[in-house]
Design a protein around this ligand. Sequence first.
Ligand SMILES: Nc1ncnc2c1ncn2[C@@H]1O[C@H](COP(=O)(O)OP(=O)(O)O)[C@@H](O)[C@H]1O
Ligand SMILES: Cc1ncc(COP(=O)(O)O)c(N)n1
Length: 279
Amino acid sequence: MISTSSRIPRALTIAGSDSGGGAGIQADLKTFQELDVFGMSAVTAITIQNTLGVHGIYELDPEAVAGQIDAVVEDLGVNALKTGMIANISIMEIIADRVKRHRLFPLVVDPVMVAKGGAFLLEKSAQNTLVDTLIPLAQLVTPNLPEAEVLTGMKLNTDESCKEAARQIHDMGAAAVVIKGGHLEGEFSTDLLFDGESFHTFTAPRVSTRHTHGTGCTFSAAVTAELAKGRQLTKAVSTAKEFVTQAIAHPLELGAGHGPTNHWAFRQSRTQTVISDSP
Ligand SMILES: Nc1ncnc2c1ncn2[C@@H]1O[C@H](COP(=O)(O)OP(=O)(O)O)[C@@H](O)[C@H]1O
Ligand SMILES: Cc1ncc(COP(=O)(O)O)c(N)n1
């Protein structure tokens, strides 16, 4: 029998564990699975977390993070990877080392800094280290608005300022940038992609909901899954936008706080069949 394993797209997430299952490693693996991609993980930190917030963080030894990356790369192979919560500079530096050593590509960097509840998921002094380590290695960086402001030092309150920020992050060495518009207000939620040559916008109706825990993780994981299948960047971002929009629009209403999104909503939106009662 001919082995088909080499044709199965495989994606790696390097991120923090969210015990509540809505963000981090758990959101990434669910998203990979929903998009028919085999998911693998390298955990950077374990968070004690639920919909009410982050109640504790246990950072892993950088060598433990590197060991997980080496183990999956050397045996299973990685078609695309993403980073999420990185916790500290030592972990960031060892991830950058492994990306270079194994020539891992394409790399999606979600520059996770602060959880929606306010907890720091990356030590503050490491925020700008991203610019010297991982951003220059990235095929795509996916900051939300506050993260783009930290990276560029700009106040982002107009379309033109967002475009300028995207240009600046591209100039830091990233091949492409998506500035996500979830933190804005208005009828629509629009994300701005700059691929080094042109700008593309991805717009969906804004859903009025408190269940937006893990939206950024889910979006960047969906882009990574699509890149693992060999999709072109604009198409991958477009599918990811559709995935996260469905996940937000069909909330599961779990937990007493900011609940998770619905990771199976995208699949259901594609497979819904019309049931007819005629004989
Ligand atoms: N209320 C919402 N309605 C529709 N889309 C949203 C909403 N909030 C966020 N999004 C989308 O979810 C994705 C993640 O964005 P955002 O929430 O800004 O990221 P993060 O979780 O990193 O803060 C983006 O595609 C954004 O447009
Ligand atoms: C482990 C982990 N990674 C990322 C996030 C960010 O998600 P959000 O901004 O929705 O809180 C999180 N809360 N926890």
